[in-house]
Design a protein around this ligand. Structure first.
Ligand code: ADP
Ligand code: MG
Length: 259
């Protein structure tokens, strides 16, 4: 089956303010598509809407993935379908350890309606092995697995955990919202290593970033620019370099002339 993510004329309100004003975008399976744009342009609104956050009200449009309009699905159903959102600001959950959280997430994905969870759950030993190899790959200390989810985590630890979760769940479409924010260069390299390890011709990625820096490590095939809730420019990797060099003002001017 085709694993493209197809966003058609998506309009989204936060409160009574329209933030996304008709977004059209396709992320083809096997490609990396970057969205860049100034602060406040609606990038996070797009990622939260795709993940199914209840605070973001869709007023028009459709989003297709694996033959379904995912806007009709609950957040957990979207996740099970293979959509993964790496948050810009992951939440802390005191009392829930990293290991338990990851195992619960994995088992939720493996669950089959009408079947006993005992049958579908990952055997503990297998899970431990998987967790250990993922943590080794991302250069995480063993103790990390016993800590409470995101509680007191540094920026780098939070993003490593998001990446570890991705590596375990093996999503079909990854959406990363400013994964580079709050990361030093070493953490950025490790997180990128994890993402690149995961990517294959079946998996697509929508990489949202304000800065070009991340795209040195996770190399996009396509770059789109969002401004005031719309995609206003589209191109290849050279567009990201142009934005790095010239900033967003020229896009703003071209957009003002066009509209
Ligand atoms: P970006 O991620 O590109 O910086 P956002 O999607 O975070 O942009 O924000 C776009 C606009 O929507 C901003 O004007 C912001 O103030 C507004 N907005 C986003 N989320 C909320 C929210 N939960 N409550 C109120 N306003 C919001
Ligand atoms: Mg944002």
């Amino acid at each position: 089956m085709n694993n493209d993510l197809v966003i058609q004329n998506l309009r989204v309100n936060v409160g009574d303010k329209e933030i996304l004003k008709g977004v059209n975008l396709t992320v083809q399976q096997g490609t990396i598509h970057a969205i860049m744009g100034p602060n406040g342009s609606g990038k996070s609104t797009l990622s939260y809407t795709l993940a199914g956050h209840p605070g973001y009200k869709v007023t028009a449009g459709e989003v297709w993935f694996k033959g379904q309009n995912i806007l009709t699905l609950e957040a957990n159903e979207r996740s099970k379908l293979g959509l993964f959102l790496a948050f810009q600001h992951p939440v802390a959950v005191p009392g829930v350890s990293v290991a338990n959280f990851l195992r619960a997430a994995l088992n939720a994905h493996r669950a089959v309606p009408g079947k006993d969870p005992k049958e579908t759950s990952i055997p503990i030993a297998e899970f431990r092995k998987l967790l250990k190899s993922g943590m080794l790959f991302l250069e995480m200390d063993d103790k990390f697995a016993r800590r409470y989810l995101n509680e007191g985590f540094s920026g780098g630890e939070k993003k490593r955990l998001e990446t570890l979760q991705m590596m375990l769940l093996k999503p079909g479409m990854i959406i990363m919202d400013e994964t580079d924010s709050g990361l030093d260069i070493d953490a950025l390299k490790i997180v990128s290593k994890g993402v690149n390890h995961l990517l294959n011709p079946e998996i697509g990625a929508l990489v949202i970033t304000h800065y070009q820096r991340l795209l040195d490590y996770i190399k996009p095939n396509f770059v789109s620019v969002m401004m005031e809730g719309q995609i206003v420019q589209a191109g290849g990797p050279e567009l990201a370099l142009k934005l790095e060099e010239k900033g967003y003002d020229w896009v703003r001017e071209e957009f003002a002339h066009a509209s």
